[in-house]
Design a protein around this ligand. Structure first.
Ligand SMILES: [Zn+2]
Length: 481
C-alpha cells in the first residue's frame, strides 16, 4: 500500500465480540467464504490487542481517536465522577451507565483533548456508532435514535442479526446514493456475535452461526464494492473490540461490599442516597469500585486510605477465588496491583515503566528486567496472560473517574451477580488474553507493522494516513502503513 492519501475510502467494520482464534478456525474450515476471500486468501489477516476495560462502546474509542479509555476520561461502561457525585441534584449527575438512553451522553463525556476520525474527516459516516463526535451527517444521528428500539430488543433477546442487517443496508444505500461524492470514512459496528456470545457462550453452536451471519453481512458490502469497482481503492479493516470467555459463576461484587457493611450505589438503582460505596461493572469482568473517606467523596483515594480505612475491602476482594487481581493508586505515585499471593508496583519514569513485585507476580509477566522502555511495553507483554498490561494499567488510572479500586474477574467468572438480565453466560472487560486479543484483518497490505504487536489504537493513525489526514491532537497509535 502506497501510504499517505493512497485510498478513496476507508471502512472499519467492528464485529463486536469476535475472537480471532474462532474467526481463524472457521475461515480455515471454509465456513466464512466472504471473509476468507477478502482477508485470508487475498488479504492480510493479523491480530492485535484492545484496551482495558475490554468492553463495547469504550473499546471503540482507541480505533476512532487513538486514545485509551483512561486518557479519554471514560474508564468504563459505568463510572462515577467523585467530584460531582455528592453534589448531584439530577439523577444523571456524577455517574454514568452507557446502556441506552444514557449512551447518547458518551460524546460529551469524552476528553476535549482528543479528536475523532469523524472530526478529522467531515466526509465520514457511521451507522449505530456509540462514539459520534464530529459526525456531520444528520442522517447518522437520526439513525442512531431509530436504532434504539432495535438495540433494546437485541439486548433482551440476545440476538443482533436484524440490527447488523439494518446497519449494512443503510451503509450500502448511502454508498449507492452518494456515488458521486462518496463518504471517505465509514464506521460500521456489528453486534450479533457479542449478543449471542453473552447468551450462549463463545463456542456454542448458535454463536458459531452468528459468525456465519457476520460473514454474509460483510459479503453484501464486499459484493457492492466490487460491483462498483471501488474495492481496490478502498481500505477495509475488519476488527473487534474484545473477545469473550465462558462464565460459569457470578460474584456479586455489590453484595460483597454490602456484607462488609457498606451502603452501595449501583445501576440501575440510581435513586439511593447516602451511599458510602459505588460499584460500576463493565462487561461484566471489570469493575470500578468507589469508596467515600470520612464520609466524603471529593477525590480518588490512594493506598493510604484504602490500606487504612478500607483494608477489609482490599482483603475481601483480593482473597476471592473469582478475582484475578485488583489495582489502585499508590500514595505518592504509581499503581499497586494486589492479588491473593502477591502485590506489585507499576510506575512510569523517564519513558520507562518500572515493575517490581513481592510474593508471586500478580500479572505473571515474567519480565527479565524490572525496567521496560515504554515503546517496548506491548512487545514485552504481548505473549503473556495479560497483554499490554503495563501500558493499559498505567493509562487506565490517568482518569479521575477510574475507580478507587479497579478489579477484574478470572475467566469463568463475572462480577455482576443477579443484576444482569438476561443472565450472561459469557463475559469480557478484563485484561486477560482471551478478552484482549482481537482480529485485525486488512484487504490491503500493512507495510508498517511494528515488531512487537498491534494495538487497536494504531487503527486511528492508519486510517488517517491512508486518507491523507493529519491528526493535530496527541494520540497513542502508530500508523501501520
Ligand atoms: Zn458484550
Amino acid at each position: 500500500m502506497a501510504g499517505t492519501g493512497s485510498i478513496d475510502l476507508a471502512i472499519i467494520i467492528l464485529a463486536d465480540g469476535v475472537r480471532p482464534d474462532v474467526l481463524r478456525t472457521l475461515a480455515g474450515a471454509g465456513e466464512l467464504p466472504c471473509i476468507s476471500r477478502a482477508f485470508f486468501s487475498e488479504g492480510y489477516p493479523h491480530e492485535g490487542v484492545t484496551v482495558l476495560p475490554s468492553v463495547s462502546s469504550i473499546a471503540y474509542i482507541p480505533m476512532l481517536t487513538g486514545q485509551y479509555p483512561g486518557t479519554a476520561n471514560v474508564p468504563g461502561l459505568r463510572w462515577v465522577d467523585k467530584v460531582d457525585f455528592t453534589r448531584r441534584k439530577l439523577f444523571l449527575q456524577g455517574h454514568r451507565s452507557y446502556i441506552a438512553p444514557s449512551q447518547m451522553r458518551l460524546d460529551g463525556d469524552l476528553s476535549p483533548d482528543l479528536e475523532t476520525l469523524f472530526e478529522l474527516n467531515p466526509e465520514s459516516l457511521a451507522v449505530r456508532s456509540d462514539v459520534r463526535r464530529g459526525l456531520l451527517h444528520g442522517a447518522s444521528i437520526v439513525s442512531n435514535l431509530s436504532f434504539m428500539p432495535c438495540m433494546f430488543f437485541a439486548h433482551y433477546l440476545r440476538r443482533g442479526d436484524f440490527v447488523d442487517h439494518l446497519v449494512m443496508s443503510q451503509a450500502i444505500s448511502w454508498l449507492a446514493k452518494t456515488h458521486d461524492r462518496s463518504p471517505r470514512f465509514l464506521f460500521l459496528p456489528l453486534v450479533d456475535v457479542d449478543k449471542v456470545s453473552h447468551r450462549y457462550g463463545p463456542a456454542h453452536r448458535r454463536t458459531i452461526e452468528s459468525y456465519r451471519r457476520v460473514d454474509r453481512v460483510f459479503g453484501r458490502l464486499a459484493d457492492h464494492l466490487r460491483e462498483q469497482r471501488l474495492w481496490t481503492r478502498t481500505h477495509i479493516i475488519l476488527t473487534s473490540d474484545h473477545g469473550h470467555t465462558d462464565t460459569k459463576q457470578h460474584l456479586d461484587m455489590s453484595g460483597l461490599l454490602s456484607e462488609l457493611g457498606y451502603s452501595v450505589f449501583e445501576h440501575p438503582n440510581v435513586y439511593r442516597r447516602g451511599a458510602d460505596a459505588a460499584v460500576m461493572i463493565s462487561g461484566n469482568s471489570f469493575g470500578n469500585i468507589y469508596l467515600s473517606s470520612g464520609g466524603r467523596w471529593e477525590a480518588p483515594l490512594t493506598s493510604e486510605e484504602l490500606e487504612g480505612e478500607h483494608s477489609k475491602v482490599l482483603a475481601a476482594i483480593s482473597q476471592r477465588d473469582e478475582v484475578e487481581w485488583c489495582a489502585y493508586r499508590e500514595r505518592n505515585r504509581g499503581i499497586k496491583i494486589l492479588a491473593r499471593n502477591g502485590e506489585a508496583l507499576l510506575d512510569l519514569e523517564d519513558g520507562h515503566y518500572t515493575y517490581g513485585f513481592n510474593g508471586s507476580d500478580p500479572l505473571r509477566l515474567g519480565l527479565r528486567h524490572n525496567r521496560v522502555k515504554r515503546a517496548h511495553a506491548l512487545a514485552k507483554t504481548v505473549e503473556t496472560a495479560f497483554p499490554d498490561a503495563l501500558e493499559q494499567l498505567w493509562h487506565l488510572f490517568q482518569s479521575q473517574r477510574t475507580g478507587d479500586i479497579a478489579v477484574t474477574a478470572k475467566p469463568g467468572y463475572d462480577l455482576r451477580g443477579w443484576r444482569e438480565f438476561p443472565e450472561h453466560r459469557s463475559s469480557h472487560g478484563a485484561l486477560c488474553r482471551e478478552h484482549m486479543a482481537v482480529p485485525i484483518l486488512s484487504n490491503l497490505p500493512l507495510t508498517g507493522l511494528p515488531d512487537g504487536g498491534i494495538r487497536t489504537a494504531d487503527l486511528f493513525p492508519t486510517v488517517a494516513e491512508g486518507l491523507g489526514l493529519s491528526p493535530a491532537k496527541p494520540h497513542f497509535g502508530h500508523s501501520l502503513l
